[in-house]
Design a protein around this ligand. Structure first.
Ligand SMILES: *Cc1c(COP(=O)(O)O)cnc(C)c1O
Length: 241
């Protein structure tokens, strides 16, 4: 594992990924700049994240709220323009801190979570974006079990149950496999679900499709991703602490 990464290699990695994103956009006939790059900084230090910020990276993702809060309270002071999304499975008792630091919760996987997000956001009078996570892979356990369950959640939003919540799109994680057909099918499943639900709920802009990570973001872009979540390819391997 390479923990010798210096600032230079983080900015270099970002350049390489941005170039690959542009190429994948071209290849799939999509406008340049239509795919956003999120830097997934979980397990990585404030210093490493600052290197990414210095290389013009503004959007970050973390999946553990406590760790994110400790790091980003300092980082928001360092650079007020950066933005943080929560991308990991979120326990109800972490929602309060999550909504205080994030502009989007990408990993909404149950109706109870929407209720708690609404409750905590109403206390601090903050509106927050959410993405609905769909379970599309055999092995992964996170996400709504089916498009029907996801539809139920959106119906509650449409009925004005959650005035502080802005439904903004969908998220998925492809199965951990080398099999590109399985990965592609997972992304395709999310896009098809998104298209159906967008038609059904025209009052919302559900255009965000968060899919693709270090190993599969090019396939995800070909399948319509608007936001790729890249960690390892930017910061190097994660060392669990
Ligand atoms: C860790 C993580 C990523 C980034 O994974 P890499 O393979 O390191 O790019 C993306 N999405 C989610 C939800 C994650 O937890």
């Amino acid at each position: 594992m390479d923990k010798t990464l210096n600032n230079f290699s983080i900015s270099e990695n970002l350049q390489i990924i941005r170039k690959k994103i542009n190429e994948a956009e071209k290849k799939s006939g999509r406008p340049e700049g239509s795919v956003k790059l999120m830097a997934v900084s979980k397990f990585h230090s404030i210093e490493e994240i600052k290197s990414a910020i210095n290389a013009n990276q503004q959007l970050f993702g973390e999946n553990r709220v406590q760790e994110a809060k400790e790091k980003f309270e300092e980082l928001f002071t360092f650079s007020p323009n950066i933005e943080l999304h929560i991308i990991g499975q979120l326990q109800t008792n972490k929602v309060k801190n999550a909504v205080s630091i994030a502009t989007c919760i990408q990993s909404v996987d149950r109706i109870d979570l929407l209720k708690e997000i609404e409750k905590q956001c109403s206390k601090i009078n903050k509106n927050i974006k959410v993405l609905f996570e769909l379970h599309t892979g055999e092995e992964s356990k996170s996400g709504f079990e089916s498009p029907e369950k996801l539809d139920e959640a959106l119906k509650l939003c449409a009925d004005n149950n959650f005035p502080h919540i802005i439904p903004a799109g969908f998220m998925t994680m492809a199965p951990f496999t080398e099999n590109q057909t399985i990965i592609r099918n997972s992304f395709r499943q999310l896009r098809e679900t998104a298209e159906k639900l967008q038609k059904k709920y025209p009052q919302f802009d559900l255009s965000e499709l968060s899919m693709g990570m270090s190993g599969d973001f090019e396939i995800a872009i070909e399948e319509g991703s608007t936001l790729v979540r890249v960690g390892t390819a930017i910061f190097g391997e994660r060392i669990a602490n």
